[in-house]
Design a protein around this ligand. Structure first.
Ligand code: ZN
Ligand code: ZN
Length: 1219
């Protein structure tokens, strides 16, 4: 017999089952889950690429349950839904009509059968054949409840979208629409429409046709092919789409006798029972899909649409009601998890249960599973047992003990016990008890006293399994009491906890096999002594500081008088300055204690960072990313940290960094470089320190029970310190200044290495960061200059050496670098770097810290960072000497925004395209593209004419999908030669573009900041005009003294005005030509879309050359939403805000964008990863289970994405609310 699954499990499987990928994995809907082998590698139960469906109701096709209604033997429910993500249609039919003898459907409150427990019956015939591949065919799976008196059968139908991806492309792709328009012009000549169809038009018209066909009215059934709008929108390309939907076409004679082709709308039958499948349904389905497609098109592009948006509600609650599992009993603290479909431990799936079942339901699932699949009872017992332990559930553990006392032993335990005595488990049934006892005694003689316990335990397992009192008696006698536990460790009552831990470690070191006994003994001592530290030690294996008392806390800050009210802000600022204090965790603890004491004894409060903050939004904590408070002028650091956190493989690498740390031996480091610098032990030490800080911080980002956390200062200073100059400010600061703006060829070295300083000596270094500076400016510029000069002697001492005794901090004049606090040193570093550099620095740090997997060119270490972020770029140099090739690994591309708004493609085309160099030309392409592409925008540039930095504010238009094809060496469809041909065509147009740009710049440039030539002329004209008016007024009033003003010729103002207009027109004309050229360039690569990348993050800056503020927008692929991460604020934001330019005096500017290869977005990104501590207490247990009882490797196992149907805003802009 095969196992079954309870109704909630069935529903969860439906919500994650994806027929498109069925052949790649076991069919998770109908195959029994694989038995979990604790030693084996844990596999994701749900392939990551599967759609986590967001199901919405199709009311016309449904027969919904009514709340409170009791089903009878005639009841059939049908919940028809479609998914707004993958557009599949999923029907759940719950049929109560079977055998009239079965009249007790399972339900909550029933004494025996609380939930349906379904067995898979088979695949029914699909009523809707489809010629596509097997994965894309409709399937109907039937399940029947295993309860003896329950009549319920469930049919689950999965139907592919009515519109394939290709159909949608045919209908909405602009290139195709343009071609169609060209064809229309050829066919219809003068009668053709004058503009091409918009992206939205075809689906919008189609929607109207379909709507008309559902509600037919006379005169609206016939569409002549030559109708000019129809012709340019659909043409001939859409015949198969129309026919699939029931449209028909034929030739008819026109009045003038000529034949013309005409389309007729489909003729669906009248609405029938929702249980029948008809053409009408097909049309309704198509309209739901069109609704999704249209709403995905930006609102600005759908003005004038006839389509009226539909906002159907989510269907999950209806399905739950139909399956009688709308509100089953849940374990406390787990509700959110199951709603998120976070992947449960495989043991739950094996029981046909899900993680949020309360203990009674777990037992119910266990008993149902044993009832239908007796053969695997010992495995199900194993599942139950481990869930019990994992949950630390007394109720379940009691039940397990009860079952065990009845002789039920788990499969794993039994096999293990036999093997322990060198008996093949297969032979167990034929071997006598005496043989086993003999084997046990033989063992005792040659094992150490410490192992005896283990032997006894194994013997008891066999005794239980074999129901043998003889074996049980032999096995009796383990550590049960506090006295025994102390004796086992050779301890006295008087020994303190620290000593207990020491003895524990010694014992395990002596004999690793005694681990389990030692843990048991330790846990007995911990419980007897009620020692939190010992419990913690047992749980985490780490020693915690001895408890700090109030006296220690005050002493830590050097405060003698504990009874005076203190200025807590001062203490707090001392704390955040960090300098001078050693262990920051200890100081924070001391501060927290003092605050507590001051609050209760002195009624002295401050706004406390450690106290729960008031919530900032209403999202449940576990569904919302944490904000990062700003610790100084380092706000771009927060953006970088937020970004890195969302890159799942990177985050997992950091969280599990201890498994990957680089060995410090000379052999391990020999001959390897990171960032072109040899890896030295010093670099590795600093890098590992950073990685550990980052891990601790990521953990806090995950577990914090507040909306925000604060990066610690050590993390920040390590992130800002170059790996080749440990713990000081950078030796050779990279200043984001380059020569550009005008026609000169761009200095390419900036793309990969330190950038050249500005050519003029008087230009000060630029600090692209940041907001308000609090310190004394003089002191700062002083030290930053020193740091800039790289003068070793003047560099501040390494900030991390604490003095032996915490001194009482006193305000000191900031006269020398040695008295600078950590934060100010940090801010100096910060001023010299920007987000791009910090990110590169962090990559190098991580690479230095971790073991490589080999070496690449130039001995550069190959590792996870390289694989994620580094592309292999080839530069082709054509000079008189011939053709040369340069190869380089790059973690980002640097493009110049220029002076005009334009799309990212255009900027990248410039960067990659052919350029003049001394004695020849060069161009770039990507030999191997990294899955994550970072493109930085050079906003601050050096203007040679003005000899100063200018901020290039041009808007760079981003597409949410970018095709990398044109930058690659080759793609699956185009070989190197074919791509080169296309490139050559592009270069020619780029040459013209550059000439025009030069001309345009010429026409624009003036010496006046913020004004172009046309504006300058216009202003001058207005001024002269005003002057003349004023003068004539004065003359009329006969005032003296005004005649000394020069009199401009009266026609000058007009002439200037004309000139201004002329110039503006000229610029406009050039703009038009340039835009056309860019469109042409774009068109060269129009069909190159094999390698799509999706937009993931946009680093954004508002400010100027002297400072400003950074934040980041990050897309959450799992929840289809953009968020803005602005220091401590993480907010929902619509896509428009991310993509569209701002107006105003100082519009925001993107400084970096990140694209991720489209097929990897789910695997590589996860914006939300929270397990707030307070909420996690109950679920923590399951995590423990994994650690303590499961050797399975969970590190590599992606967790499922949250897809809380009830919380997700399903349709953009409309809050569907909860059902
Ligand atoms: Zn879906
Ligand atoms: Zn049932």
């Amino acid at each position: 017999m095969a196992p079954g699954k309870t109704a909630p499990r069935l529903l969860q499987d439906v919500l994650t089952y994806d027929a498109r990928y069925e052949k790649r994995a076991a069919n998770l809907l109908v195959s029994p889950p694989p038995q979990h082998e604790s030693k084996g590698r844990a596999l994701a139960a749900v392939p990551t690429r599967n759609c986590r469906h967001t199901l919405l109701k199709k009311c016309e096709q449904s027969q919904l349950p009514v709340a409170g209604e009791t089903p009878d033997h005639a009841t059939v429910y049908k919940v028809a839904s479609y998914c707004t993500r993958c557009r599949w249609h999923i029907d759940v039919v719950v049929d109560h009509r079977s055998d009239p003898g079965k009249d007790r459907p399972c339900k909550k409150g029933d004494t025996d059968y609380l939930l349906h427990h379904f067995l898979y019956e088979g695949e029914g015939d699909s009523d809707d054949a489809n010629a596509l591949g097997a994965q894309l065919q409709p399937h109907t799976y039937t399940f029947r409840c295993s309860a003896p008196h329950c009549p319920v059968a469930v049919r689950i139908s999965l139907k592919p979208p009515r519109f394939s991806e290709q159909d949608i492309d045919t209908l909405t792709n602009q290139a195709q629409l343009r071609r169609r328009w060209e064809v229309a012009k050829q066919m219809a000549g003068d009668r053709a429409d004058t503009t091409m169809a918009r992206r939205v038009d075809a689906v919008d018209f189609l929607n109207t046709y379909l709507q008309d066909s559902l509600n037919p009215s006379p005169g609206k059934r016939r569409i002549p092919l030559l109708n000019k709008r129809f012709l340019k929108t659909f043409g001939r390309d859409c015949d198969s789409i129309l026919k699939n939907l029931g449209f028909s076409n034929q030739s008819e004679p026109e009045e003038d006798g000529s034949m013309c082709e005409v389309w007729y709308l489909p003729k669906p039958e009248d609405a029938k029972s929702p249980l029948e499948s008809t053409l009408r349904n097909k049309i309704e389905d198509a309209r739901y899909e069109i609704n999704t497609i249209i709403l995905a098109i930006p609102e600005a592009e759908r003005t004038g649409c006839r389509h009226v948006p539909m906002y159907p509600g989510p269907s999950r609650a209806d399905i739950e009601r139909a399956l009688a599992c709308a509100d089953y009993a849940k374990v406390q603290g787990r509700e959110a998890r199951s709603a998120n479909h976070e992947e449960d431990h495989p043991h739950y799936a094996s029981l046909g249960a899900i993680g949020d079942f309360d203990d009674a339901l777990i037992l119910f699932a266990f008993s149902r599973q044993c009832a239908v699949d007796l053969d695997n009872k010992s495995y199900y017992f194993e599942c139950l047992q481990q869930i019990a332990v994992g949950r630390k559930s007394e109720m379940l553990e009691t039940q397990v003990a009860l079952l065990a006392s009845e002789g039920l032993v788990s499969r794993k335990d039994l096999e293990h016990a036999y093997r322990y005595f060198n008996i093949n488990p297969m032979h167990g049934p034929v071997i006598g008890d005496d043989h086993i006892i003999g084997s046990f005694r033989a063992r005792l003689s040659d094992i150490s006293p410490l192992q005896i316990d283990e032997a006894r335990k194994q013997l008891r397992v066999l005794g239980d399994a074999r129901k043998s009192d003889k074996l049980r008696a032999e096995a009796a006698g383990a550590i049960e009491t506090y006295e025994q536990a102390l004796a086992w460790f050779d301890l006295e009552h008087s020994h303190v906890d620290d000593f207990v831990m020491t003895m524990y470690s010694l014992k395990i070191e002596d004999n690793p096999a005694s681990l389990e006994t030692a843990q048991r003994a330790l846990s007995i001592i911990a419980e007897k002594r009620k020692s939190q530290r010992l419990r913690q030690f047992l749980k985490t294996g780490a020693m915690t500081e001895p408890e700090m008392d109030m006296g220690d806390a005050y002493a830590a800050f050097g405060i003698q008088d504990r009874n005076a009210a203190l200025d807590l802000e001062v203490l707090n600022s001392q704390l955040s300055m960090g300098g001078g204090f050693g262990d920051s965790a200890r100081m924070e603890k001391a501060f927290a204690l003092i605050q507590q004491d001051q609050a209760s004894n002195q009624n002295n409060h401050i706004a406390d960072k450690n106290r729960p903050e008031p919530r900032r939004n209403s999202y449940p904590l576990e569904t919302w990313p944490v904000g990062l408070r700003n610790i100084g002028n380092t706000c771009y650091l927060n953006s970088v940290l937020q970004f890195l956190f969302t890159i799942k493989p990177l985050r997992n690498l950091i969280l599990n960094c201890e498994d990957h740390m680089q060995d410090l031996t000379p052999e391990a480091l020999k001959g390897k470089t990171v960032g072109r610098q040899a890896i030295t032990a010093d670099r590795v030490v600093v890098a590992q320190k950073f990685v550990r800080e980052l891990r601790a911080f990521f953990e806090r980002m995950i577990t914090a029970s507040t909306d925000t956390v604060q990066p610690n200062i050590d993390l920040a200073s390590l992130a800002l310190c170059r790996t080749d100059s440990p713990e000081g400010p950078p030796k050779s600061p990279k200043v984001t200044v380059t020569e550009s703006t005008v026609v000169d060829s761009i200095d390419r070295s900036v793309a990969s290495g330190p950038q050249p300083p500005p050519p003029s000596g008087d230009a000060t270094p630029i600090t692209p960061a940041d907001s308000v500076m609090n310190d004394d400016d003089d002191a700062k510029s002083d030290t930053s200059t020193k740091a800039m000069d790289g003068d070793q002697d003047d560099r501040p001492a390494p900030p991390t050496r604490p003095p032996p005794i915490p001194p009482r901090p006193e305000p000191q004049p900031a006269t020398s670098t040695s008295t600078k606090t950590k934060i100010s040193i940090l801010e100096e570093s910060a001023r010299q770097q920007d987000a791009a550099e910090v990110m590169g620095n962090i990559f190098d740090l991580i690479s230095c810290a971790i073991k490589g997997e080999g070496v690449m060119r130039e001995n550069e270490q190959l590792d996870a960072i390289k694989k994620l972020f580094f592309s292999d770029v080839t530069t082709i140099l054509n000079t008189a000497k011939g053709t040369g090739k340069q190869l380089e690994h790059r973690d980002f591309f640097l493009v110049t925004p220029g002076q005009r708004d334009r799309p990212l493609y255009a900027a990248l085309d410039d960067d990659f395209g052919q350029q003049e160099i001394e004695g020849g030309t060069r161009y770039d392409y990507i030999e191997a593209a990294a899955p994550i592409q970072i493109i930085n925008l050079r906003r601050i540039q050096f203007d040679r004419v003005k000899r100063e930095q200018v901020y290039a504010r041009a808007h760079i238009g981003l597409d949410t999908t970018m095709y990398m094809d044109r930058y690659l060496a080759k793609t699956s469809r185009l070989g190197e030669d074919q791509l080169l041909e296309l490139r050559k065509a592009q270069w020619e147009k780029q040459g013209q573009l550059r000439e025009l740009d030069a001309e345009r710049t010429e026409l624009q440039t003036t010496e006046i900041d913020g004004m172009n030539l046309a504006e300058t002329l216009e202003e001058t004209s207005t001024f002269i005009d005003g002057l003349l008016t004023e003068k004539s007024e004065h003359q009329q009033r006969n005032q003296p003294g005004q005649d000394s003003l020069p009199t401009p010729p009266p026609e000058l103002a007009d002439a200037l005005h004309d000139k201004a207009k002329h110039v503006a027109k000229g610029v406009e004309g050039i703009d038009v030509i340039m835009r056309d050229l860019e469109t042409d360039i774009d068109a060269i690569f129009r069909d190159c879309n094999d390698v799509p990348y999706r937009l993931h993050a946009v680093f954004t800056h508002r400010g100027g050359v002297t400072g400003g503020h950074y934040w980041i927008y990050i897309y959450d692929f799992q929840n289809d939403r953009w968020r803005s991460y602005n220091d401590d604020r993480v907010e929902d934001i619509d896509e428009k805000t991310v993509l569209e330019p701002e107006t105003g005096v100082q519009p925001k500017a993107s400084t970096g964008v990140v694209y991720i290869r489209a097929d990897l977005v789910d695997e590589y990104t996860e914006a939300v990863c929270r397990r707030p501590e307070t909420i996690a207490e109950a679920s923590q247990a399951d995590v423990d289970m994994r650690d303590a009882f499961d050797d399975g490797d969970y590190d590599g196992m992606p967790s499922l994405e949250p897809a809380a149907l009830d919380d997700v805003q399903i349709i953009e802009g409309v809050d569907v609310g909860k059902e």
